[in-house]
Design a protein around this ligand. Structure first.
Ligand code: MN
Ligand code: MN
Length: 296
């Protein structure tokens, strides 16, 4: 990893540390999820960076990929288990992090547990360790009363790319891929009281441009122009000004035509509670030690 890349990864991480703090302060009972997402995204922008993806606010049995819509109605209640997943990019270098909150404290145990699993996982990573060894170790850290989610993984990061090919499972696997010095990776265990396997739910208001061809229809063309401005990173209709009925129909067409991909919410297969913790790591770059960019 060259110094320039490292500098940007660290800068994005610093901003994300503050965004995590803002997320915790904003996630009070009675707050609309849209306010939480927008306050966190605004913090990133106020510090001169761009969100790497729309802030995810996934509730209870939902694990990931829900972001509030413009007319969001969901309001956080005290017993909710809310996963807030946040990303920022500096010159395309991404910091990716997530925390879980439960205002009443009723479900604090699953949150403390997943945070401990993440801490142990971060300690285990060093150059030469394989992804297979890593997954087996992480699975061993999960107490019997919970299941690790087997089909959600950490991932490599690269400039302008949030999911850069190699997946990092949190369960036993046979990958012989070795972590090496200079790797940028996001480590993100999910644990659940449910089945340990997520399934597709409703569309979660998150989209990604898949192609860049000419499209028919004035509204579709205008919408594609706006979408081009998101630089190939995930976006939400919440970020599109004047998004109304016509634009909604146009977006449906763009999804049907394969121009844009729509992400579904991922939720536990038995609707069990899910908790997540995530940090971004630069492997071995600090005199052989890891830098966890998103942790203060
Ligand atoms: Mn994330
Ligand atoms: Mn991630």
């Amino acid at each position: 990893m060259d110094e320039e890349a490292k500098k940007h990864y660290v800068k994005a991480g610093k901003v994300i540390q503050d965004a995590r703090q803002v997320a915790r302060e904003t996630a009070e009972p009675g707050t609309n999820l849209k306010e939480i997402a927008e306050t966190v995204e605004q913090e990133i922008k106020d510090q001169g960076l761009k969100p790497a993806f729309p802030v995810n606010t996934s509730l209870n049995e939902e694990a990931a990929h829900y972001t509030p819509s413009k007319d969001e109605e969901k309001v956080l209640t005290e017993n909710d288990v809310l996963k807030i997943d946040i990303g920022a990019q500096s010159n395309g270098f991404i910091a990716d992090t997530a925390l879980t909150v439960n205002p009443s404290g009723k479900h604090q145990e699953i949150i403390d547990t997943v945070e401990k699993v993440l801490e142990n996982a971060l300690q285990f990573i060093e150059p030469g360790v394989t992804i297979g060894e890593f997954g087996t170790y992480v699975q061993e850290q999960v107490p019997e009363k919970y299941n690790p989610v087997m089909n959600l993984t950490g991932h490599y990061l690269d400039q302008h790319t949030q999911h850069a090919g190699v997946s990092i499972p949190n369960v036993e696997n046979t990958s012989s891929h070795k972590f090496k010095k200079g790797d940028a990776v996001a480590i993100e265990p999910f644990i659940t009281e449910g089945s340990g396997k997520v399934v597709h739910g409703k569309p979660g208001n998150i989209y990604l441009q898949e192609a860049d061809r000419n499209v028919r229809g004035r509204t579709e063309r205008k919408l594609m122009k706006t979408i081009n401005g998101f630089d190939g990173l995930p976006f939400t209709t919440r970020w599109i000004s004047n998004y109304g009925g016509r634009q909604k129909m146009a977006m449906r067409k763009l999804v049907q035509n394969g121009m844009v991909k729509s992400y579904d919410v991922l939720k536990d297969g038995q609707d069990g509670l899910v908790a997540q913790a995530e940090h971004t790591v630069l492997v071995g770059v600090d005199d052989g030690d890891n830098i966890v960019t998103t942790r203060r």
